[in-house]
Design a protein around this ligand. Structure first.
Ligand code: DX5
Ligand code: ZN
Length: 220
């Protein structure tokens, strides 16, 4: 069963010179979670945020931090992101070397464990993982940059994973990340997503626009 959609603004699209104010602004604008994109210049071509930044913004909001690790290998950094204040730690199944071990490690740290699937990765990779995870994140762009075009072919995968989750009978969040705007948000929700990441579609107008932009992703 799906639940009302949660919106997780990606601070990758925030004004980094005013990052603290931006986090407070999206909190006040109705964000459910805060999405933090961590990139290493190796697993993806871009370099972004480390644990020190997560720690610095942690006191500014009570909203859960959804920390998306686009780093390989992720394992040696899991403790640092947990200590910095992550609530959910998301690791790519493609990052290796042992995704099941990474999930076990996150759970042992007392955090919610999420797994992320790149666009070319089939839903089947979840067959022997789903029982261990709290969240699945489907990438609807290739990871590395904000502002990319939504890959519509991922909708079938979202629907397939929704069926897999419902079959478990467990409350596993199904989130989508990349190119989410009010139009693609509706398609994702129809396919069974119950959480959406958005950068460009929320941050594009400056803080005055954040409440309406978040509301638009919920469907009005
Ligand atoms: C892409 C990141 C996304 C991205 C979303 O690698 O994981 O979170 O910043 O940005 P938009 O909404 O602009 O596609
Ligand atoms: Zn992300």
């Amino acid at each position: 069963m799906t639940q009302p959609v949660r919106i997780s603004p990606s601070i990758l699209s925030a004004d980094f010179a005013r990052l603290g104010e931006e986090v407070r602004a999206i909190d006040a604008a109705g964000a459910d979670w805060i999405h933090i994109d961590v990139m290493d210049g190796h697993f993806v071509p871009n370099i972004t945020i480390g644990p020190a930044v997560v720690k610095a913004i942690r006191p500014l909001t009570d909203k859960p931090f959804d920390v998306h690790l686009m780093i390989a290998p992720a394992d040696r950094y899991l403790d640092a992101f947990a200590q910095a204040g992550a609530d959910t730690i998301l690791v790519h199944v493609e990052a290796g070397p042992h995704i099941h071990r990474s999930v076990q490690h996150i759970k042992a740290l007392g955090k919610r464990a999420g797994v992320v699937l790149n666009p070319a990765t089939p839903a089947k990779v979840l067959d022997y993982l789903l029982d261990e995870v709290d969240e699945v994140l489907v990438m609807s762009v290739n990871p590395g940059f904000g502002g990319q075009h939504f890959i519509a072919g991922q909708l079938k995968k979202i629907a397939a994973i929704r069926r897999m989750i419902d079959a478990t009978g467990r409350a596993i969040d199904l989130e989508v990340d990349g190119g989410v705007d009010p139009d693609t948000a509706r398609l994702c929700i129809e396919a069974g997503a119950d959480a959406l990441v958005a950068g460009t579609a929320i941050f594009r107008d400056g803080p005055a626009g954040y409440p309406a932009n978040i509301a638009a992703l919920r469907g009005g």
